[in-house]
Design a binder for this molecule. Structure first.
Ligand SMILES: [Zn+2]
Ligand SMILES: [Zn+2]
Length: 300
């Protein structure tokens, strides 16, 4: 095995039909596999397919990919990145209604191919001067740390706001639209919603920002990419930057560093919460502060 201090991370999804009554058995089999092979992370199973991000040693991740493709589908795309620290504390397999939360379990891609652009095709289209609209389908706590140059940010609170945004937007429907997200999964549903609402030509970025950065680290993506684990963001080289954390006040992306007045730990807080809450890093330190005031160390 290679360097023990490096965690190999892979993100993947695939839409396919899983019968609801087999889901509990699939869940426990997958959980057993992950626990016995040193794979941590979160995998979601739903009647519409599988979605997950997992981490482990190089060997463990290699085996995991083989296991998943043998078990579920041969053409799953894996998007790899790395982390110096364990990006997940736990191993979880969740059963849900959808593998991505649009709150439209009825909208399921019918075929694996639906106007996908490879990173090279996407890059070329951005470079060309043909008329197009570029829209980010991610939430505001993601777009605020980075996005494609010139992209429209719909300022979504959650992905389920996408329908409302499309209904209310004044964007022309006869101009080609390019949509993208972190790893590609949200666009698989976002594109169906756009077709329903009359957008004539929509392209989606295969494998999302993570896939694009793997090929074009110095292309048209500016800033960092939010990821759904303890790394919070990765840079253009797909390595964690340590520039952002999770705000203890609201749970969203935070870029301001503070020192906890109770335990001295350095932590990140967001612009919105910083002026409104005491400088404490966590719930236990907040409790301590509320009971005893500042500068009283937790001694345990
Ligand atoms: Zn906050
Ligand atoms: Zn603290």
């Amino acid at each position: 095995m290679g360097d023990e201090s490096v965690w190999y991370v892979t993100a993947f999804y695939r839409f396919f039909e899983l019968s609801a009554d087999t889901l509990p058995a699939e869940k426990s089999a997958l959980l057993d596999y992950m626990n016995s092979h040193g794979v941590r992370g979160l995998v979601i199973l739903a009647p519409e397919g599988i979605n997950g991000t997992v981490a482990g040693s190089a060997d463990a991740i290699q085996h995991f990919k083989t296991h998943i493709t043998n078990r579920f589908a041969a053409d799953i795309h894996f998007k790899d990145s790395i982390s110096e620290k364990p990006p997940f504390r736990r191993t979880t397999v969740d059963l849900r209604e959808e593998i991505v939360g649009l709150k439209r379990p009825d909208l399921v891609p019918e075929a694996p191919e639906n106007s996908h652009l490879s990173p090279a095709e996407w890059h070329a289209m951005l470079e060309s001067d043909q008329p197009k609209l570029l829209i980010d389908t991610r939430n505001r706590y993601e777009t605020q740390v980075g996005k494609f140059r010139g992209a429209i940010d719909p300022d979504l609170g959650t992905f389920s706001d996408w329908q409302t945004y499309l209904r209310e937007t004044q964007l022309p429907k006869d101009v080609p639209v390019m949509i993208y997200c972190t790893g590609g999964i949200r666009c698989e549903k976002a594109i169906l919603e756009m077709h329903e609402q009359g957008f004539e030509k929509v392209y989606q970025l295969r494998d999302g920002i993570l896939g694009y950065l793997a090929e074009y680290p110095e292309g048209y993506y500016d800033g960092e990419c939010y990821v759904f684990d303890d790394r919070v963001t990765v840079g253009p080289d797909l390595k964690p930057t340590g520039n952002y954390g999770t705000c203890p006040g609201c749970g969203l992306t935070a870029g301001i560093t503070e020192s906890c007045i109770i335990c001295d730990t350095k932590y990140f807080v967001c612009e919105g919460c910083q002026p409104k809450r005491p400088n404490v890093c966590s719930k236990p330190c907040l409790d301590q502060f509320q009971r005893h005031g500042p500068r009283r160390r937790v001694t345990a």
